[in-house]
Write a protein that binds this ligand. Structure first.
Ligand code: ASP
Length: 330
């Protein structure tokens, strides 16, 4: 990378000196992009919730052993998809009201490449399937049986459709009083969303969930919707969301945050503005929790939620941390 950096630095100095450069002389926009390119980037990964800590550990290990930022955000969240104690991500998660676990996931690179799967059954690693959609198909999103068949065609294992013991117990308890009503509340859903940047400024993000517990069969949340649960544009930054997906989709949450950052807001300001928007549009604010997490190209990050309780994990060159996000309601 040193060679490329030197070249870019030389290009920038040439531009500053007024020396025209073949192919990129001229526009202010070009100059600004180059100005960004010569910076020293701050490699880091950030994830939603406590389960972000072990997920970030893995992502950081992948980055430090020469993996790309896309490898890192994929393999990082696979840790959570594999975590049998986790009831909100992966096949061990809480089912829909029919007792069936359906998963949503998305992955996005800073250059705009993206892939996602929605309402998929029996696939242990929907994030890997989303990456395969991104890399091996002309599409962005596959849903339901089509996504499952694509997994089979890619040689991915198909799991037995059986609730984990913890999920079964919770589902049985829910059924006693639920009257078959989907529950909209501030609990029972905790996606992992991860955003990251490598030392060259390449960015990527991932998002994976079993979605809202006891949802209607077929319900899809924000997590596999590019621009809602996840958005990355490495000219600017990346954002991801957790919480009640319906409210995040309504405001195109992650896209909104990246666009606010493009207009000059810091990640913190952008997350706060997006929460403010969600609060103003909410159909049921008393039962709504949303948390946003964002990172910009400068390495600044921010997080904000509707109500207390949302936290995020950050791994970077100097260590790691788990931080409680600030919130609209105190
Ligand atoms: N956003 C997810 C969904 O609505 C759930 C969550 O993050 O809590 O499916």
């Amino acid at each position: 990378m040193g060679g490329r950096r030197k070249f870019i630095k030389h290009s920038l100095l040439s531009t500053l000196a007024g020396i025209p450069l073949a192919g990129n002389a001229g526009s202010l926009q070009t100059f600004r992009k180059e100005e960004k390119t010569v910076k020293n980037f701050t490699p880091q990964v950030l994830s939603t919730w406590n389960h972000g800590m072990p997920a970030n550990d893995k992502a950081w290990e992948v980055l430090n052993s020469g993996g790309t930022i896309v490898d890192a955000v994929e393999q990082g969240v696979m840790v959570t998809e594999n975590d049998l104690s986790n009831l909100s991500v992966g096949l061990q998660g809480l089912p829909d009201r029919e007792g069936i676990v359906t998963l949503d996931a998305s992955i996005m690179k800073g250059d705009g490449s993206c892939g996602s799967v929605a309402f998929v059954r029996q696939v242990k690693h929907p994030i890997t399937l989303a990456r395969k959609v991104m890399e091996k198909t002309p599409h962005v999103m596959l849903a339901g049986e089509g996504a499952r068949l694509f997994a089979i065609s890619e040689g991915m294992p198909i799991e037995q459709e059986e609730l984990s013991p913890k999920a079964r117990e919770a589902y049985m308890r829910w059924k006693e009083n639920a009257k078959y009503q989907p529950v909209i509340n501030i609990e029972n859903h905790d996606t992992i969303g991860m955003v990251g940047m490598d030392e060259n400024g390449a960015m990527a993000g991932s998002c994976t969930t079993s979605g809202l517990a006891y949802k209607m069969h077929g319900r899809v949340g924000d997590s596999p919707i590019i621009g809602a649960g996840l958005f990355v544009d490495e000219e600017v930054g990346a954002a991801t969301a957790t919480g009640l997906g319906e409210e995040v989709i309504r405001i195109c949450g992650a896209f909104l945050i990246v666009e606010l950052m493009r207009q000059g807001r810091t990640p913190q300001e952008a997350c706060e503005e997006a929460v403010k928007r969600a609060v103003s549009k909410s159909k049921d604010i008393d039962n709504t929790q949303i948390g946003f997490l964002a990172l910009n190209k400068e390495g600044e990050f921010g997080a904000f939620a509707i109500r207390p309780g949302f936290n995020f994990a950050r791994h970077h060159g100097q260590g790691k941390s788990l931080t409680d996000a600030r919130s609209w309601y105190k």
